[in-house]
Design a protein around this ligand. Structure first.
Ligand code: NAP
Length: 259
């Protein structure tokens, strides 16, 4: 595919594994300078080193997206190392299952702090360099869970992911004067390290619920992110893009057509 990211400075939060690592890889292989962010510095370094070994420009930064001082330092590191911030992929998120009956304020707050407050703080910390970019891009990793579907045990997670879309719409309006677009990706079931541990039987059941008959790859989300970051997507803002292999389309399992 044509390179659209050459020389652009991209921050990906939650990039030490899973979807964030896939997003980072797609941008890095497209020529971007990528800052891979996670709380576990060693894991972030290992993910960045893997990309650097492939000839990409990538470095690691340890930060908790729910901590203001951390994300301020994160933005400063991208400016110092990569010359600015052109693209912020606010992807870091957690999803510990907790049924309503066992929900505590602490468990609720931890998920909201990471997934929703983390998105706000990351965007706020990167605002000035994104303005200077002239074509700044913010791409939030939301989910189908919350905005479109529900799942038992994930009321806090669903609220955080639906909340991201409300945040996105207001932020898109506030940042439009600076030619910064703000969009969200809504992944369905994506094959990550954590999902693989759930076993083949579980993976098979999930695949059966997807019209395109496969789980998503982390690169599927990366490719969508790269599109939203591209010049060609410069007139798209405040939008939610579902990337789920059609998972949210069928009215029932009977509506899924198999050959
Ligand atoms: P994952 O494999 O568990 O990876 C999460 C990443 O986020 C790790 O790098 C983790 O590193 C980092 N992280 C967690 N809390 C953080 C914090 N407070 N500050 C900075 N980094 C933090 O998760 P994933 O499945 O790839 O999910 C990534 C995003 O996609 C999440 O927002 C999730 O809600 C969304 N999503 C995933 C799926 C799916 O099927 N996997 C579907 C829909 C949406 P540290 O722990 O070292 O910080």
């Amino acid at each position: 595919m044509r390179t659209t990211s050459a020389g652009r400075s991209v921050i990906v939060t939650g990039a030490s594994r899973g979807i964030g690592r896939g997003i980072a890889r797609v941008f890095a292989q497209d020529g971007a300078r990528v800052l891979l962010v996670a709380r576990d510095e060693q894991a972030a370094i290992a993910a960045a080193r893997e990309l650097a070994d492939e000839g990409c420009e990538a470095s690691a930064f340890a930060a908790d997206v729910g901590v203001w001082d951390d994300v301020v330092r994160m933005a400063a590191a991208a400016v110092a190392r990569h010359g600015g911030v052109d693209v912020l992929c606010a992807n870091a998120g957690i999803y510990p299952a907790r049924p309503l009956a066992d929900m505590t304020v602490e468990a609720w707050d931890e998920v909201l702090r990471t997934n929703l407050t983390g998105a706000l703080l990351s965007v706020k910390a990167c605002m000035e360099p994104l303005k200077r970019s002239g074509q700044g891009r913010v791409i939030l990793t939301s989910s189908i869970t919350g905005p479109i579907t529900g799942y038992p045990g994930w009321s806090h997670y669903a609220a955080s992911k639906a909340g991201q879309l409300g945040f996105m719409r207001a932020a898109a309006l506030e940042l439009a004067p600076f030619q910064i677009t703000v969009n969200a990706l809504l992944p369905g079931n994506i094959m990550t390290e954590g999902l693989a541990e759930l076993g083949q039987a579980y993976l098979d059941r999930m695949r059966d619920a997807i019209p395109l008959a496969r789980l998503g790859a982390v690169e599927d989300i990366g490719h969508a992110a790269r599109f939203l970051a591209s010049p060609e997507a410069g007139f798209i803002t405040g939008q939610a893009l579902v990337v789920d292999g059609g998972q949210t389309l069928p009215e029932s399992l009977d509506a899924i057509v198999r050959t």
